[in-house]
Design a protein around this ligand. Structure first.
Ligand code: NAD
Ligand code: MG
Length: 389
């Protein structure tokens, strides 16, 4: 029986993780749940899954959660800092990091410091501070198993292999809802269009990141740290059907891939159950439904976020942290129709130019770079024509 701390339990990954837990009551039990502002769902989940504790990170929701759970034997905590404590409890075996954005970093670091097994969905943690997180994980004996479908695919391909034999990894990208579109179309795109992903239903931020291809750029950086790769070993190919979840090419030219229907419950379940592979009743892939699987090169010129992320990966230091912070702010603004689709890349690029480059950042440097980037990019957002409406 594994006891889980599910951070971000009310989100897309969090709720799907709870479906996996509900389907395997003999394998998993919930020790901790956390959510930011959706107190109603957090309370519902707590009543159903009977955790030892819940953490509501938006402190203004504490009283409401406390009152709703007063008749239940559940401890209620508030604030991001509480997360850092509960993930270190002896009663937690697995920490599922499913908070979105930089906000997820500290709780993952706390879990790593306690030597926990981490199932990691929160890719921003590795984008911002991958070098530091992986180094600490190695020191503390913490195993980080990816939940992101591409990285789960690579992880699965590497079972039984030595990482020294990897020649390269190929991350697949669906291309998002605007595959094949050009800038003259994209300038007019609104959040409501960009939220229509062809293959996956996900949280708002990652859905926009998928439409701009920033998601794939973040995933390149995520792969670099997870698998200890050189920048040159990471490739991206567009694969609109999202059946091949990613590939690894080895030093003898062999390619291994992991395939399946796009369903995040599969990589979530794999990460929670690892090293075991457990049964489920998810719909199975059938070649008859997919007579053609297509692959093509990404359009770095149109989807500039991918190029910016790749450049930041090569540049290293605090560049990915600045890129991530700027991206979080512009995506938020785009969701509120305050900046245009193409403007997002321009603003991220300008922020990267404005924030001081630090080659070997400390955790404090990352925190400061994140803050500074947010301030700078917010200034740019305010100047956008759209934001004056
Ligand atoms: P989501 O927006 O649906 O859920 C985010 C969760 O984080 C919610 O529970 C929310 O309460 C919590 N949260 C939000 N802001 C917070 C804050 N400031 N402090 C503490 N908690 C906060 O997001 P999601 O789609 O589930 O994605 C979660 C993470 O998983 C992201 O990093 C994303 O890139 C990654 N991921 C998601 C998918 C997917 O299919 N959704 C696939 C791969 C990777
Ligand atoms: Mg992914």
């Amino acid at each position: 029986m594994k006891r889980l701390a599910i951070l971000g339990s009310t989100g897309s990954i969090g709720t799907q993780a709870l479906e996996v837990v509900a389907a395997h009551p003999d394998l998993f039990e919930v020790e901790v749940l956390s959510a930011h502002s959706n107190d109603t769902l957090l309370v519902e989940q707590a009543i159903k899954f009977k955790p030892n504790a819940v953490v509501v990170t938006d402190e203004s929701k504490y009283e409401a959660v406390k009152a709703a759970l007063h008749a239940y034997p559940v401890k209620v905590f508030a604030g991001l800092k509480s997360l850092n404590e509960v993930v270190q409890w002896d009663t937690v075996d697995v920490v599922l990091g499913a908070i979105v954005g930089f906000a997820g970093l500290h709780s993952i670091l706390a879990a790593v410091d306690a030597g926990k097994y981490v199932a990691l969905a929160n890719k921003e943690t590795l984008v911002v501070a991958g070098e530091l997180v992986m180094k600490r994980a190695a020191e503390k004996g913490s195993l980080i198993v990816p939940v992101d479908s591409e990285h789960s695919a690579i992880f699965q391909c590497l079972v039984g292999e030595s990482s020294r034999t990897i020649e390269k990894v190929i991350l697949t990208a669906s291309g998002g809802p605007f595959l094949g579109k050009k800038p003259n179309f994209l300038v007019n795109v609104k959040a409501s269009h960009a939220l229509q992903h062809p293959n996956w239903t996900m949280g708002a931020k990652i859905t926009i990141d998928s439409a701009t291809l920033m998601n794939k750029g973040l995933e390149m950086i995520e792969a670099k740290w997870l698998f200890g790769l050189q920048n040159e070993q990471i490739e991206v190919t567009i694969h609109p059907q999202s059946i091949v979840h990613s590939l690894v090419q080895f030093n003898d030219g062999s390619l291994k891939a992991q395939l399946g229907l796009p369903d995040m419950k599969l990589p979530i379940q794999y990460a929670l159950a690892f090293p075991h592979r457990i049964h489920n009743d998810f719909k199975r892939f059938d070649f008859k439904d997919f007579p053609k699987l297509n692959f093509e090169a990404p359009d770095y010129k149109t989807f500039r976020n991918l190029a910016l992320a790749k450049d930041a990966m090569f540049k290293g230091g605090n560049a990915p942290c600045v890129l991530n912070a700027a991206n979080e702010v512009v995506v938020h603004a785009f969701l509120q129709n305050k900046v245009g689709f193409m403007e997002m890349s321009e603003m991220i690029e300008q922020t990267l130019e404005q924030v001081n480059f630090i080659e070997h950042p400390t955790l404090e440097d990352y925190e400061n770079s994140d803050k500074e980037a947010r301030i700078r990019v917010q200034e740019l957002v305010k100047k956008s024509q759209l934001s004056t409406y």
